[in-house]
Design a binder for this molecule. Structure first.
Ligand SMILES: C[S@@+](CC[C@H](N)C(=O)[O-])C[C@H]1O[C@@H](n2cnc3c(N)ncnc32)[C@H](O)[C@@H]1O
Length: 187
C-alpha cells in the first residue's frame, strides 16, 4: 500500500512548523483536509485562515472542520489567495497550498499560474523567519503544467540568503507526477 504522496510530504515537511505557529494559512481550502491538518496540529490559540474562491468548497471545508470539532478554530474566507494581504495583516508562520481543482468538481475552476504566483509572493513577503510554506503542484493537466512552470522558475530564483526552497517528487513515476515544494525563510 502506498502511504507516501506529494500531499503527505507537504504535511509531513510542514508539521514541525505548524506545531509552533501563531498564524497559519491554507491557501486552497477545498474539502478542508489540509485546513483540518493545520487545526489539529497548531497550538490551540493559533490563528488559522482558509481561502477558497468556491462557496461549495468553503461549505465543505466548514463541514469537515465542524465534524472534527475544529470549526471555531478557523477563519474561512471566500476570496482568492491572491488577495490574502487584504485579510491577513500579521506575519505568517506556516502556509499550505494544494493547487489544482476541487476533487469531483468542475476542472474549469482551478488555480492559475498568475494568481498562484501573486499569492506565493505575498506569503513569502509575510513569512516569519523560520516560517515555511508547502505547495503541492499538479502537472498532469495543461493549466497545472503551465502553472508549475511559472512557479518552479520563480522558486529557483529565490534569494539563497533569505530562503531555502526544495522539492519532493517521485522519480520512478511519470514525469508529470505531482511535486511538493517546501520553502523556508531563513533570514
Ligand atoms: C486541490 S483543491 C484543494 C484541496 C484541499 N486542500 C483539501 O484538503 O481538500 C484546490 C482548491 O483551490 C481552489 N482555488 C482555485 N483558485 C483559487 C484561488 N485563486 N484562491 C483560492 N482558492 C482557489 C479551488 O476552488 C479548489 O477548491
Amino acid at each position: 500500500m502506498q502511504t507516501m504522496s506529494a500531499i503527505k510530504a507537504a504535511q509531513l515537511l510542514l508539521k514541525e512548523k505548524v506545531k509552533s505557529a501563531a498564524v497559519l494559512l491554507d491557501g486552497t481550502a477545498g474539502n478542508g483536509g489540509d485546513t483540518l491538518f493545520l487545526a489539529k496540529n497548531a497550538p490551540p490559540d493559533a490563528k488559522i485562515y482558509a481561502f477558497d474562491i468556491q462557496s461549495a468548497a468553503i461549505s465543505q471545508a466548514k463541514e469537515t472542520l465542524a465534524a472534527a470539532g475544529f470549526y471555531d478554530r478557523v477563519e474561512f474566507i471566500l476570496a482568492s489567495h491572491a488577495d490574502l494581504d487584504k485579510y491577513i495583516l500579521e506575519k505568517i508562520d506556516a502556509a499550505i497550498f494544494n493547487l489544482g481543482y476541487l476533487p469531483r468538481s468542475s476542472h474549469a475552476i482551478t488555480t492559475l499560474g498568475k494568481t498562484t504566483l501573486q499569492a506565493v509572493e505575498k506569503v513569502l513577503e509575510k513569512l516569519s523567519v523560520n516560517g515555511a510554506v508547502a505547495i503541492t503542484a499538479y502537472l498532469g493537466h495543461s493549466e497545472g503544467a503551465a502553472e508549475n512552470e511559472k512557479l518552479a522558475a520563480y522558486l529557483k530564483n529565490l534569494s539563497k540568503s533569505e530562503f531555502v526552497a526544495a522539492q519532493y517528487k517521485m522519480i520512478n513515476h511519470a514525469d508529470n507526477a505531482p511535486i511538493c515544494y517546501v520553502i523556508e525563510r531563513v533570514k
